[in-house]
Design a protein around this ligand. Structure first.
Ligand code: PAF
Length: 282
């Protein structure tokens, strides 16, 4: 695996693959890699001739500077893992390389940017679109791989690709979970042992709610999930929305959309750590 830090080195590393018309897959990440990322990289390795993994903690998508400071960074371990996952190129640029000038572009894709994370993390999806559109420009991949844990992010990136038409197929990959159900996340590394035990209730209650939903209304299911999680000391639901999986608009009735997803954000523990998860109802 080649480790490159500049756009010029990336261009050089990709030159022969491009000239030979080889298919390039991109897995954008912010590092602190885990098995969830491994599944994206392995899928890209299977489906492309060459896989580029970007490792870049993108400052423009953090609306809270403390969150940016405490975001886990493990570059050496990331490089070792990427090698073992079968990646060909690790692209780990500096912020100055990606943003030689402040990025003043504004991305807004209603309705998917206007709900859930949108109003709660102002500027977050704008920053995600800034960096992902740049990564698409630098790498020019045929396919890019994103995890479904960030369910709304995929919808936003699909909207961005429909707008900018950078010729990238957006591939969404299922959530990878610990054996007990906790969705894998780089933020899990910030949990204490006690908080880690507490956090498992998020997926446990979401899974329970899928069975519950078959004989209850959307409103009852929503209320049950929120009440069950808030009843546990150390957990606090920021939002739980039961939405049309495509428009991300809240549904009132299970028949309001063909595909329905429950998306949740929960604060866990003292710090607290903000954890997200989602589940498919239909
Ligand atoms: O999902 C993430 O890790 C980030 O939002 C992404 C897509 C790598 C952009 O920085």
């Amino acid at each position: 695996m080649q480790l490159v830090k500049t756009i010029a080195a990336l261009e050089a590393a990709l030159a022969s693959a491009r000239a030979e018309g080889r298919q390039v897959g991109l897995v954008p990440t912010m590092g602190a890699l885990h098995e969830g990322h491994a599944s994206l990289v392995r899928r890209s390795v299977e489906e492309n001739d060459l896989t580029v993994v970007s490792v870049f903690v993108n400052p423009t998508q953090f609306n809270d500077p403390k969150d940016l400071d405490t975001y886990p960074r493990t570059p050496e371990a990331d490089a070792r893992l990427l090698e073992s996952f079968g990646a060909d190129i690790m692209f780990a640029p500096t912020p100055e390389e990606v943003y030689p000038e402040p990025d003043t572009r504004i991305f807004s894709y209603p309705p998917v940017t206007e709900v859930m994370e949108g109003p709660r993390r102002p500027g977050h999806f704008n920053g995600v679109c800034q960096v992902v559109s740049k990564l698409f420009m630098f790498v020019r991949p045929q396919r890019a791989y994103f995890g479904e844990k960030d369910f709304q992010q995929i919808a936003v990136i699909r909207a961005m690709e429909a707008d900018l038409k950078q010729g990238v197929q957006i591939v969404s990959c299922p959530i990878v979970r610990e054996n007990d159900g906790l969705a894998l996340s780089s933020r899990n590394a910030l949990l204490t042992a006690d908080e880690r035990e507490l956090a498992v209730n998020i997926s446990r209650i979401l899974f329970y709610s899928v069975a519950y939903a078959s004989s209850h209304t959307v409103k009852e299911t929503h209320a049950t999930v929120v009440a069950a999680l808030n009843a546990l000391e150390g957990l606090e639901v920021e939002y739980f929305e039961i939405v049309d999986a495509h428009t991300l608009q809240a549904v009132k009735d299970w028949d309001d959309a063909e595909e329905v997803q429950g998306c949740i954000t929960v604060y866990c523990g003292h710090r607290p750590v903000r954890l997200i998860d989602n589940v498919k109802y239909k």
